[in-house]
Design a protein around this ligand. Structure first.
Ligand SMILES: [Zn+2]
Length: 122
């Protein structure tokens, strides 16, 4: 399996696959190729719980073709509870900022080919 396929499989289980530097322990998204802290290229896989809080987001009200059924939705940035890592994902049904205050508890809730990582409120 590719790293991306592994990431998708774990996202469907509500987990986030990350890379932990074997030299210094710094955590990275699984797309990293070398450690941002020490430059090492040695990583081990670590699974984090996909729970966190909403750091920021963009509401999409005019959808690209194929996304009409999801509108309105948001591209959200989720800061994980277990690390300082942030991931971006897709949250359906968000029309105004009142629907999603920054700091709202949320979690990874799956993966869809068109949307990427699906994030839902906890
Ligand atoms: Zn490192």
């Amino acid at each position: 399996m590719t790293v991306e396929e592994q990431l998708i499989q774990h996202a469907k289980e509500g987990k986030l696959l990350v890379h932990k530097c074997t030299e210094c322990g710094y955590l990275h998204l699984s797309t990293a190729y070398y450690c941002l802290k020490c430059g090492s290229k040695g990583f081990e896989d670590v699974l984090l719980d996909g729970t966190g809080t909403i750091a920021t987001y963009t509401i999409i009200t005019v959808a690209p073709a194929g996304f009409e059924k999801f509108t309105p939705y948001a591209f959200v940035v989720l800061k994980l509870d277990q690390s300082d890592l942030r991931i971006s994902g897709f949250m359906a049904g968000i029309a105004t900022p009142a629907d999603l205050p920054v700091g709202t508890k949320a979690r990874i809730a799956g993966f869809e080919d068109n949307c990427g990582i699906i994030i839902k409120k906890q």
